[in-house]
Design a protein around this ligand. Structure first.
Ligand code: SF4
Ligand code: FES
Length: 252
């Protein structure tokens, strides 16, 4: 396959950015999207040009590092697929492909396709943990968790923190991410002691980081490579409201 790639190039946060067109030839349909960028980067380096900066780590869909917008869609055209797991057989010979970074105020651009997703880390630091001692593995297994709750917690825990939900949302809202992180602890017995405090702290941090509000567009769920369901946002809103009311009534 021969492809025309239009890649967002930007030297740094303060520099101006623009799309640069590159022709990439003899692409195997079995290559991953990131491998095409690797090949392009090799040719750029050989030609004395700066390679395209892009984030990646596991390349197997579990770390959440490889976020980029491909032809207007976070992680590209395939449902439930991260950019690193996207293969070129899903494109056509001669296709033009536009590649750009996540665009959200809370994810400042670092260089080219790389953005700073530190805001997500700070939300987790605000409350995405438990402090209760769960004991060694055999003791933990004596704590029975209903299958329904275990399944729900596992569904929420599938979130890899990639930020595609933010990139897809017209408001750049981080509600799906926060909902997943709040829910995977909030449905388990170990997560109960700090359940109210956790949700309030994480939502406050999310707001302080500059993410937008959720207005139920549902773009987040459509873009999420781990298919985190939007009903986790309803659960987040319920938990948050309950915690705030409890806090206010205990102040009275
Ligand atoms: S909810 Fe989905 S899109 Fe958002 S950070 Fe988690 S895995 Fe990525
Ligand atoms: S590089 Fe880890 S999810 Fe894509």
């Amino acid at each position: 396959m021969n492809l025309s790639l239009h890649v967002w190039r930007q030297e740094g946060p303060a520099a101006g950015g623009r799309f640069v067109r590159y022709e990439v030839k003899d692409v195997s349909p079995d290559m991953s999207f990131l491998e095409v960028l690797d090949v392009l980067n090799e040719s750029l380096i050989h030609g004395g040009e700066a390679p395209i900066a892009f984030d990646h780590d596991c390349r197997e869909g579990i770390c959440g590092a490889c976020g980029m917008v491909i032809n207007g869609r976070p992680h590209g055209p395939r449902r439930a697929t991260t950019a690193c797991q996207l293969h070129m057989r899903h494109f056509t010979d001669g296709q033009e492909i536009w590649i750009e970074p996540w665009r959200a105020r809370a994810f400042p651009l670092v260089k080219d396709l790389v953005v700073d997703r530190g805001a997500f880390d700070r939300i987790i630091q605000a409350g995405g943990f438990i402090t209760v001692r769960t004991g060694s593995a055999p003791e933990a297994n004596t704590l029975l968790v209903p299958k329904r709750d275990a399944d729900l917690a596992m569904d929420a825990a599938a979130c890899i923190g990639c930020g595609a939900c933010v990139a897809a949302c017209p408001n750049a809202s981080a509600m799906l991410f926060v909902a997943a992180k709040v829910s995977h602890l909030g449905v388990l017995p170990q997560g109960q002691p700090e359940r109210g405090e956790r949700v309030v702290r994480m939502v406050e941090r999310m707001d302080a980081e500059g993410f937008g509000a959720c207005t139920n567009h549902g773009e987040c769920m459509a873009a999420c490579p781990k298919e985190i369901r939007i009903d986790f946002i309803a659960r987040l809103n319920r938990d948050y409201l309950t915690a705030v009311i409890r806090r206010q009534t205990s102040d009275v």
